[in-house]
Design a protein around this ligand. Sequence first.
Ligand SMILES: [Zn+2]
Ligand SMILES: [Zn+2]
Length: 132
Amino acid sequence: MATITITENSKVKNKEKDLKEATTSHDLDQVLDKVKKIDNTCSFIKCKNRTNDFAIECKYCKGRFCPTHGLPEIHGCGDAVRKDERQKYLHPNVKLTQEKHSQAQTKLNMKLKQMQQERKAKQGSTSKGKKK
Ligand SMILES: [Zn+2]
Ligand SMILES: [Zn+2]
């Protein structure tokens, strides 16, 4: 029996509530501005660091953190990590195949991107001279 209890993490901002509050305004520009601001700051409570240039997304709480608070242990996902580590330890094969799968996916994506770029490059050379 695996019971996972999700306890409210007081160290992480409640962005959903913030977003809800932000979207109550009737001024669309204001709403967009607020949402953007909420989305571009570190999810760690009291932290006002901007994360629009560089954000670390936590796979446990889905929060976006500045480099200072990116580690799960720092912003309060330490338990989740330990749970995950234990899972990995107990079921190493599952993890391995998952990793392999995601690696293959990444490779495929890269290949696709490369192909796209090559195609673009080719198009670029053939359409030369067509400029006004
Ligand atoms: Zn987290
Ligand atoms: Zn932070």
